[in-house]
Design a protein around this ligand. Structure first.
Ligand code: HEM
Length: 452
């Protein structure tokens, strides 16, 4: 169990503020969020409707799993995220459209297909390791930026079957800038204002979005012309047919999903890996234990499909990192009709959030919730916990389609990097949380990296 005051990156507000709504909406979750099952944010700000939050495994299971069909995605999430992901993508579609898209894409995420990608995960990590090996030693390195580069290279290969199809630096920078629209989208949705209203920096964000979607459309056209039948996700999308109607995906759906996978498939894993490296830099004993595990299982050889799943401690370190810093801080729904969640009345259309950030640091569920302890995820301990006490990927039918992919990817990348480099914190650096699309830190996440 490793304690550090930096692992609690902010103090919750007693009363919500607009400043926090823009800079870090998690500050607006009250101190009671970490003790109670349920809280609301309502009636405090004029013009803003009520929003409900649940931080109890049974209530969350009821909403996301048992009665999933009684809920749709909530209008605030739709408003916030549709500034970056198009509404035709799997993430947003509902009902029969969602069912067939999800079924069509599922084979790409079968365990054996993901396991076959292990060499890709490792090659992308090794390319980063080469850069670090040749960089000046001893200067702070932004590991968030490095992890974005690695996971983008991975997702490019998995989605398109080739790497280097994009101007990677330009594409990632434009994508990250587009996330600046998420907090504004959330505020406009809260106030029920149209999301095309201007906000500071909006014209640049819209320009970036046009560039990102134009580039995606260009790649789709090139892929279609090549007529590939590979395991790449794009080929699955092109070949997908609805079993009932026989229809294939429209161009709008294809482009929306292609871009949706490029965004959702790299940003979340990058953020999780960045925080994991920072936590391990603080907790040197766990870092050393992880390195020992990799050497014991793989020696000096590349991590492969046979070894990646045996890296139990590496997996636990990632799980514990996503408990303290879940890339998605909440997942929201709204009921299709008035209903009760436990003893709480939820009127039709009012947003309810599974408050993942609070759930993962909840006093009732975790001993010393703000400490880092990968042993919490030892298999027997994890099994004893309620099913919805830990939710980095959500739960129920809309659980993250990339969960298995992300876990294998992050384990292979982390193991490859930790075996060859020692990570140490930068004296005096304390991260500030600036969540938008994910729970990123404000600015860079610097670490000192030393070759072993
Ligand atoms: C650490 C990595 C990741 C985290 C923490 C994460 C988290 C999540 C969460 C919380 C959701 C929402 C679940 C809900 O609605 O309740 C989600 C959905 C989704 N994720 Fe991930 N994700 C990760 C990686 C990935 C990857 C690698 C891909 C694709 C290759 C991906 C694609 C998607 C898609 C398409 C959805 C929408 C699914 C649907 O609505 O049916 N994610 N993810």
């Amino acid at each position: 169990m490793f304690h550090d005051p930096d692992f609690t990156p902010f103090t919750p507000n007693e009363r919500p503020s607009w400043r926090s709504a823009k800079s870090n909406f998690l500050e607006n979750w009250p101190p009671a969020a970490y003790r109670e099952d349920y809280f609301t944010l309502d009636g405090i700000w004029p013009l803003v409707g009520r929003t409900h939050y649940i931080a109890d495994p049974e209530l969350i299971e009821d909403m996301l799993v048992t009665r999933a069909e009684s809920f749709a995605r909530d209008y605030i999430t739709v408003g916030a995220l549709s500034s970056t992901i198009n509404r035709d993508a799997l993430f947003f579609v509902e009902g029969a459209d969602w069912k067939w898209q999800r079924r069509a894409l599922a084979p790409a995420f079968r365990h054996e297909n993901i396991l076959a990608l292990t060499p890709t995960f490792v090659d992308c990590a090794k390319a980063q390791a080469d850069d670090w090996r040749h960089a000046p030693q001893g200067a702070p390195v932004d590991v968030m930026n490095a992890m974005s580069n690695v996971t983008f290279a991975v997702i490019e290969k998995a989605v398109l079957g080739v790497a280097g199809a994009f101007d990677r630096g330009k594409f990632i920078a434009a994508m990250q800038e587009s996330f600046g629209g998420v907090s504004w989208g959330r505020i406009f949705a809260l106030l029920r204002l149209p999301n095309w209203l201007p906000f500071p920096g909006s014209s640049k964000i819209y320009r970036n979005m046009r560039y990102l979607y134009d580039e995606t459309a260009r790649l789709l056209a090139a892929r279609r012309a090549a007529g590939g039948q590979t395991l790449a996700i794009v080929d699955r999308m092109l070949a997908a047919r609805d079993p009932e109607s026989g229809r294939s995906m429209t161009d709008a759906e294809l482009i929306a999903n292609l871009y949706g996978f490029l965004v959702a498939g790299h940003e979340t894993s990058a953020v999780a890996l960045g925080w994991t490296l920072w936590l391990l830099a603080k907790d040197q004993a766990s870092q050393e234990r992880l390195r020992d595990e990799v050497r014991a299982i793989a020696g000096d050889a590349d991590i492969g499909p046979q070894t990646v799943e045996r890296l139990q401690f590496a997996k636990q370190a990632i799980q514990e990192s996503m408990r303290l810093f879940p890339p998605a801080a909440a997942t929201g729904r709204q009921p299709r009709e008035d209903l009760m969640l436990g003893s709480h009345k939820i009127p039709k259309g009012e947003p309810v959030y599974a408050a993942i950030w609070a759930l993962h640091r909840h006093e009732k569920l975790w001993d010393e919730p703000n400490a880092f302890d990968p042993d919490r995820f030892a298999p027997e301990k994890a099994k004893a916990r309620p099913r919805c006490a830990y939710l980095p990927f959500g739960a129920g039918p809309r659980i993250c389609i990339g969960m298995g992919f992300a876990m294998l990817e992050m384990t292979a990348i982390l193991a490859t990097l930790v075996r060859d480099f020692r990570f140490a914190p930068v004296e005096g650096y304390r991260p500030e949380l600036a969540p938008d699309f994910t729970t990123r830190p404000k600015g860079a996440l610097p670490l000192i990296i030393e070759k072993i």
